[in-house]
Design a protein around this ligand. Structure first.
Ligand code: AMP
Length: 169
């Protein structure tokens, strides 16, 4: 299954110099979507009991995977979207800055896979990791559909197992 050919590039979006990788065509292709879930499943089945997805494209793969594995799904949302007590973190993106948050509930004894659609500089997932570890969650791995390898996120995430399905050098 050549997922690479299905992901579409949009040069200079949302700003000059960024090649935006549009993953949505993958969802328009049931075989491709299935293949991606099977890849995550093969890598992490039996090792995790919770998937944490990062808004919003991390929800798509994360929730589908959790359902497939019959395990929990927890969202990390953009700031200001979750009711109740939360913890949040600010971080820098490949383009701009942002803030994400999670419910302030213990993740102790949970074996967690963090899912997002794309790993660029690693700032988003690093912020997610810090929050999850503050809540005492045990991170088993980080899963992405796409990894922009040339941005070297693995350098700042060297303690963690990273699994990506399509890499760009
Ligand atoms: P980063 O924190 O730099 O690793 O950026 C990861 C987040 O930003 C992911 O949630 C992506 O959805 C989004 N993102 C960053 N760069 C791109 C890109 N070139 N194409 C599509 N999405 C991107």
């Amino acid at each position: 299954m050549n997922i690479r050919d299905i992901i579409k590039d949009y040069p200079d979006y949302p700003k000059q110099g960024i090649i935006f990788k549009d993953m949505w065509p993958v969802l328009d292709n049931p075989d491709a979507f299935q293949y991606i879930l099977e890849e995550f499943e093969r890598e992490f089945e039996g090792k995790i009991d919770t998937v944490i997805g990062i808004e919003s494209r991390g929800f798509v793969f994360g929730a589908a995977l959790a359902n497939r594995l019959k395990i929990s799904f927890i969202p990390i949302r953009k700031k200001g979207k979750l009711p109740g007590e939360t913890i949040s973190r600010d971080f820098e993106l490949e383009y701009g800055t942002a803030s994400i948050e999670i419910k302030n509930e213990s993740l102790k004894d949970r074996n967690i896979l963090v899912i997002d659609d794309l790993l660029a500089t690693g700032g988003t997932v690093e912020a997610a990791i810090k929050m999850i570890e503050t809540l005492n969650g045990n991170i088993i791995g980080l899963g992405f559909l796409i990894e922009l390898k040339f941005l070297n996120a693995r350098k700042i995430l060297s303690e963690y197992k990273i699994f990506s399905i399509v890499g760009y050098d």
